[in-house]
Design a binder for this molecule. Structure first.
Ligand SMILES: NC(=O)c1ccc[n+]([C@@H]2O[C@H](COP(=O)([O-])OP(=O)(O)OC[C@H]3O[C@@H](n4cnc5c(N)ncnc54)[C@H](O)[C@@H]3O)[C@@H](O)[C@H]2O)c1
Length: 388
């Protein structure tokens, strides 16, 4: 198969995985507005073509196009491909508005063109093992999930470029949270219907050292400490660096998601409570993390739990091997398989819940209803909540 890519930035890493000439798959073309990015791409893939506009990819007879552009462009780029009849691999978040997600779903329905939602966290070995424990009934019926998300690199990654600007990313509850909210929906077996949140711009908003125009610095993942000494922030910084939201799901499960962009460490901690036990992960990288299960009543604490599962390493380096596993699934989907764990519906619902959270955070913590999905837009698509 011949693949095209739109956007050769940080996330080029995922497109590079699909270039498998030994299996007959190649990266054949790139569209990127940056001449420098096109140059870097051609150095690596001299037989490929590089153009400045996505429109120029659409009649190149590509089997699919990877959309790896910044969040606010996903809607426009996905719809252009779908309307040209070219299948799409779309990075998260699906779009930065619910209406944008629904327009993508409408384009899929109208054209019958397929879209793969690139939610790589569904392939994290830790997440999959927790899902397996839940599916096997090891904690009974899920009643609650609490997720804490520590992001030590948040300042560098999200406050020195377009991510910091609400008009480009809307909220970091999408940019980062879309991953976790999606995982939470999957583990809990339901979608959010109502969200209440609290949050704010609590550290980075006070930093006065800003770029004069956007894009003066190349974003790198450094270890600036303390975070209040970060320099050269994006000219506009109006997204929250601390978000705490609580979600009510359509199956009665209650969940909370806490996200902080200036912690000393970086990992996600999920704790799922059922009516017959609870599970929790410590560390989230395969080979370096453990899942513990508590399913015996006791007074007081047991640090190790009643069962301890060490998550083995997997091959691959992209997000702890998850990117490689996702691309394997994507290639199977390209070959016609519908046996996939992600869904455009799930991608849309994580955006809808994140946006409701941001509205609540910005609206004095009032409860906000999550925009429901028109069943016509969901027709024929997997629910996104299946068991493993
Ligand atoms: N799933 C994950 O783990 C993960 C990790 C990182 C980023 N992402 C997502 O991947 C996407 C890309 O993020 P990134 O960090 O690589 O962004 P980036 O800013 O590093 O790169 C974006 C690229 O798109 C190009 N571009 C901008 N406008 C364009 C246009 N109109 N047409 C063509 N090219 C254009 C830029 O020149 C740049 O090369 C984002 O949506 C982000 O949320 C996902």
């Amino acid at each position: 198969m011949k693949f095209g890519v739109v956007g050769w930035g940080l996330r080029k890493s995922v497109a590079k995985l699909v270039h498998q000439p030994e299996n007959g798959h190649t990266l054949a073309a790139l569209a990127d507005t940056s001449e420098e990015a096109r140059g870097r791409f051609l150095e690596e893939y001299p037989d490929a073509t590089a153009v400045d506009k996505i429109q120029k990819l659409l009649d190149m007879d590509l089997d699919a196009i990877f959309i790896l552009t910044p969040d606010w462009l996903h809607e426009e780029h996905a719809i252009l491909c779908l309307e040209a009849g070219v299948p799409v691999f779309l990075e998260k978040p699906m779009a930065i508005t619910v209406e944008g997600c629904d327009r993508i779903l409408a384009a899929m329905q109208k054209t019958g063109t397929r879209l793969y939602a690139g939610h790589n966290m569904r392939h994290f070995p830790v997440v999959r093992k927790m899902k397996e424990f839940i599916d096997r009934g090891m904690i009974g019926n899920v009643k609650a999930l609490w997720c804490r998300h520590f992001i030590s690199y948040g300042g560098d990654a999200y406050f020195r470029d377009w991510h910091a600007d609400q008009s480009r990313s809307n909220t970091l509850l999408l940019q980062k949270g879309a991953h976790d909210i999606d995982v939470m929906h999957w583990l809990c077996g339901g979608y959010s219907t109502q969200v209440t949140g609290m949050g704010g711009l609590t550290v980075y908003g006070d930093i006065e050292d800003r770029q004069k125009t956007e894009g003066e610095v190349t974003v790198e993942f450094r270890r600036v400490w303390p975070p209040s000494t970060l320099d050269k922030l994006n000219p506009t910084v109006d997204v929250e660096d601390l978000n705490m939201i609580m979600m009510k799901l359509d199956n009665g499960v209650m969940a909370s998601y806490q996200q902080c962009h200036y912690t000393p460490d970086a990992w996600r901690n999920y704790m799922v409570i059922g009516d017959e036990g609870r599970i929790e992960n410590f560390g989230d990288s395969a080979g370096e993390s453990v899942i513990r299960l508590w399913d015996n009543a006791r007074f007081g604490q047991s640090e190790t739990g009643d069962l301890e599962y060490r998550v083995p390493s997997v091959e691959g380096t992209g997000h702890g091997g998850a990117d490689e596993l996702m691309i394997e699934e994507f290639l199977g989907w390209m070959a016609g398989s519908d046996d996939i764990c992600t869904s455009p519906i799930a991608a849309r619902m994580s955006v809808a819940a994140g946006i409701a959270g941001a509205e609540s955070v910005r609206g004095g913590s009032a409860a906000v209803a999550v925009a429901g999905l028109d069943p016509n837009l969901a027709e024929g698509l997997p629910s996104g909540l299946s068991t493993l």
